[in-house]
Design a protein around this ligand. Structure first.
Ligand SMILES: *[C@@H]1O[C@H](CO)[C@@H](O)[C@H](O)[C@H]1NC(C)=O
Ligand SMILES: *[C@@H]1O[C@H](CO)[C@@H](O)[C@H](O)[C@H]1NC(C)=O
Ligand SMILES: *[C@@H]1O[C@H](CO)[C@@H](O)[C@H](O)[C@H]1NC(C)=O
Ligand SMILES: *[C@@H]1O[C@H](CO)[C@@H](O)[C@H](O)[C@H]1NC(C)=O
Ligand SMILES: *[C@@H]1O[C@H](CO)[C@@H](O)[C@H](O)[C@H]1NC(C)=O
Ligand SMILES: *[C@@H]1O[C@H](CO)[C@@H](O)[C@H](O)[C@H]1NC(C)=O
Ligand SMILES: *[C@@H]1O[C@H](CO)[C@@H](O)[C@H](O)[C@H]1NC(C)=O
Ligand SMILES: *[C@@H]1O[C@H](CO)[C@@H](O)[C@H](O)[C@H]1NC(C)=O
Ligand SMILES: *[C@@H]1O[C@H](CO)[C@@H](O)[C@H](O)[C@H]1NC(C)=O
Ligand SMILES: *[C@@H]1O[C@H](CO)[C@@H](O)[C@H](O)[C@H]1NC(C)=O
Ligand SMILES: *[C@@H]1O[C@H](CO)[C@@H](O)[C@H](O)[C@H]1NC(C)=O
Length: 388
């Protein structure tokens, strides 16, 4: 008999141990003589100095590529610097990307920046897709990450498997600085067929900054997302919690979402919660000029809930007067708006839906919104770090 409980305990301990997230994040991220102090064993290091060693890499992509495509979780500590590279994560193994920092609870003082300049601009090649422009991509295949064209976008081949379902990043800025203004889609983040979460990160671009594609689930916490045109767009499910949307100008809308037959079965859409929408700096003259969103197709779905608006915003708009893309499935909503720019009564006169408490209830919590892939069953949210 005594052996049995030990075996049971071992079995129970196993999944927890293999989750690999029980470590001291703050100590691991703090610059110390031994950078790996507080990090889980086997942590990979990315460094721009010429340090060498078994687990030291000069680019984030090289560190990601070294991870065996298995279920063993991996942690990558990135030392301060500007990394000029595109990072593609196709691996299924849980991956945690940590930026070394003196301020692990802040998104304003990150010391690691991943930087890439590309845009879908002036390109005559019709197979060139927004997917090629992204700084960070989390998706199992290139096909899974394609935006595509037309009312429902690229038809990702049936049977495409899920990619990484536990990707996490902390204290890293991702910047696509193709032009300092809207000049074509230039993505900082792209997530499809994957679950990814971000804490104290920054996403900087002007157009289409954050793309959450098909079967993509993304949770962003205490981060900064900067953009000008349609800068939160996609087909998947995006929850933005306690973050800053920084307006670098106005164009299109802040949100532009599409529904397709791969998304109708779940609660696809973008949910901006307990957040702030502010212009990037005082010199921008954009009072009342930035629409909350516009329908990329008629099944657009977005909610700004309990969010602060400075005076830059206006309500949701039609796609275009000649092509409004509005029907009874269009869901462009607000709930509990406040701040000098918040004017729900005026917005309600146009295409903005002002939700009652009852109407908002189905969207009120993360576990009501994220569903199992390809189904309408309530999903698990183990892939989110609730300790933040
Ligand atoms: C690393 O080595 C390369 C090539 O030898 C050199 O150009 C570069 O300056 C070195 N970087 C640092 C940080 O020492
Ligand atoms: C990882 O494994 C999955 C499932 O076995 C496979 O579909 C995928 O192509 C693999 N990816 C890489 C980059 O090897
Ligand atoms: C974007 O990258 C592609 C290669 O993937 C290149 O052909 C194109 O010129 C780049 N575009 C810009 C605007 O830099
Ligand atoms: C068009 O772009 C795709 C993706 O970058 C590339 O594979 C293809 O070779 C390009 N075709 C031409 C004709 O340049
Ligand atoms: C990332 O994926 C895009 C799209 O396939 C490709 O153009 C780019 O070269 C890839 N970058 C790396 C570092 O693998
Ligand atoms: C990507 O999708 C296209 C169009 O469905 C298909 O022809 C191609 O074979 C797919 N590529 C891969 C690598 O699966
Ligand atoms: C204000 O933000 C805009 C948009 O990002 C930028 O072009 C401009 O340089 C910024 N001005 C100042 C004074 O920082
Ligand atoms: C979605 O529609 C496309 C094209 O009509 C079809 O090929 C695909 O199988 C459908 N996918 C789902 C999940 O229903
Ligand atoms: C939307 O309108 C169509 C007819 O245009 C109708 O068949 C459908 O039941 C309506 N759906 C909802 C949710 O009201
Ligand atoms: C309603 O929309 C019209 C045109 O789309 C615009 O001129 C007007 O300012 C909007 N009203 C409010 C209160 O947003
Ligand atoms: C990915 O996220 C969905 C939605 O929260 C969830 O149902 C699914 O179980 C997650 N995948 C894993 C492996 O945790």
């Amino acid at each position: 008999m005594p052996k049995f409980p030990i075996l049971l305990a071992l079995l129970l301990a196993l999944p927890i141990a293999t989750l690999g997230h029980s470590y001291n994040r703050v100590r691991c991220q703090s610059p110390t003589l031994d950078p790996l102090e507080g990090c889980p064993p086997g942590t990979l290091v990315v460094s721009q100095s010429n340090a060498t060693g078994k687990n030291v890499f000069s680019s984030i992509q090289a560190a990601v590529a070294s991870i065996a495509n298995l279920t063993t979780p991996a942690t990558i500590l990135v030392l301060p610097g500007i990394y000029t590279e595109q990072v593609n994560v196709t691996r299924r193994a849980p991956i945690t990307l940590l930026g070394q920092t003196l301020s692990p609870q802040s998104s304003c003082r990150n010391l690691v920046k991943v930087y890439w300049n590309n845009a879908t601009a002036g390109i005559t090649n019709s197979t060139f897709d927004n997917a090629y422009t992204s700084v960070l991509t989390v998706a199992p295949t290139l096909n899974a990450s394609l935006t595509g064209k037309g009312p429902t976008g690229f038809a990702v081949p049936d049977g495409t498997p899920m990619g990484n379902e536990d990707f996490r990043a902390y204290n890293i800025d991702f910047e696509n600085f193709y032009r300092p203004f809207t000049a074509g889609p230039s993505l900082a983040l792209s997530v499809s067929y994957a679950n990814a979460s971000f804490y104290h990160c920054g996403f900087y671009s002007y157009q289409d900054t954050v793309y959450i594609g098909k079967i993509g689930n993304t949770y962003i916490y205490d981060s900064i997302i900067a953009g000008q045109t349609d800068f939160l767009y996609g087909f998947g499910t995006l929850w933005i919690q306690s973050s800053l949307l920084s307006l670098r100008g106005c164009g299109g809308g802040i949100t532009a979402w599409k529904g397709t037959n791969t998304t109708f079965t779940n609660m696809y859409g973008v949910y901006i919660v307990d957040s702030e929408v502010r212009k990037a700096n005082a010199t921008l003259d954009i009072k009342g000029k930035c629409p909350l969103g516009r329908p990329w197709n008629a099944q657009h779905k977005s909610i700004f809930a309990n969010t602060f608006f400075d005076d830059t915003v206006s309500g949701y708009i039609k796609w275009q007067d000649s092509d409004p893309r509005i029907n009874n499935l269009t869901f462009m909503a607000v709930y509990g708006s406040y701040g000098p720019g918040a004017d729900e009564a005026a917005w309600a006169q146009n295409v903005t839906k002002v939700l009652t408490e009852k109407e908002y209830a189905p969207y009120k919590s993360v576990d009501r919104v994220f569903k199992f892939p390809f189904s309408n069953k309530a999903g698990n949210t183990r892939w989110i770090d609730w300790s933040e």
